[in-house]
Design a protein around this ligand. Structure first.
Ligand code: GRF
Length: 207
């Protein structure tokens, strides 16, 4: 296998998707290595897990920066110190500027708990139930300037059960997230998927 791609994960909270990525990357055949976990919240519970796994962590408080661009340029400095080839947003609750997303275009992916393009933004599970959906799920997509708008790499579907609450539906989707995100990162790091200059997802067969 060619050299593993270096991946940084950005979180703001619990970090269960981060945990799934860290676990997947322990497989010697996995094409990516997790080289750092960044959080914009120093109290994010996921940071502690990353530390126990021996993964470098870093935090920056956005309140210490005058502008979003200043914050992001410090963040890019950290990601460059880690020599990150790719970044995975995993519950990272901060809107990124077009400058940042353009800088990382094709190199940054996000997991979103809906079948995009449906239900961009927050409260996806409640909105899916309120709309009477019979099917819901999650998507991993390339990060582009529009919120949750980037081209989709992979999706997983779950049924919406009668009597589902946002919490029961979220729990069913989360099980799929933890399988989907490692698989999507594997596809990206192995070169099976890429983003071309026109923002189209290009897929090639496994080598
Ligand atoms: C997940 O549902 C993810 O899809 C969304 O935020 C949540 C993060 O959960 N973007 P966790 O921190 O990975 O547990």
């Amino acid at each position: 296998m060619s050299e593993k791609k270096r991946v940084a994960i950005l979180i703001s909270g619990r970090g269960s998707n981060m945990t799934a990525l860290i676990q997947a990357a322990k497989n010697p055949d996995y094409p990516a290595k997790i080289v750092g976990v960044f959080s914009n919240r120093a109290a994010a519970p996921g940071l502690e897990y990353a530390r126990t796994e021996g993964i470098p962590t870093a935090t920056l408080a956005q309140s210490k920066f005058e502008t979003r661009l200043d914050f992001e340029s410090a963040l890019t400095g950290i990601l460059e110190d880690w020599h990150a080839d790719f970044i995975c947003l995993a519950g990272f609750m901060r809107i990124l500027t077009p400058e940042f997303t353009t800088h990382w275009q094709g190199k940054a992916i996000n997991i979103h708990p809906s079948l995009l393009p449906k239900y961009r933004g927050l409260d996806t599970h409640a909105r899916a139930i309120a709309s009477g959906e019979t099917e819901h799920g999650c998507s991993v997509h390339f990060v582009t300037p529009g919120l949750d708008e980037g081209p989709v790499i992979a999706q997983a579907r779950v049924p919406v059960a009668p009597g589902d609450t946002p919490d029961t539906l979220a729990a069913r989707v989360l099980i799929e997230e933890h399988k989907l995100y490692p698989e999507a990162l594997r596809m990206l790091a192995s070169g099976e998927v890429a983003l071309d200059v026109d923002q189209n997802v290009v897929r090639s067969l496994p080598a």
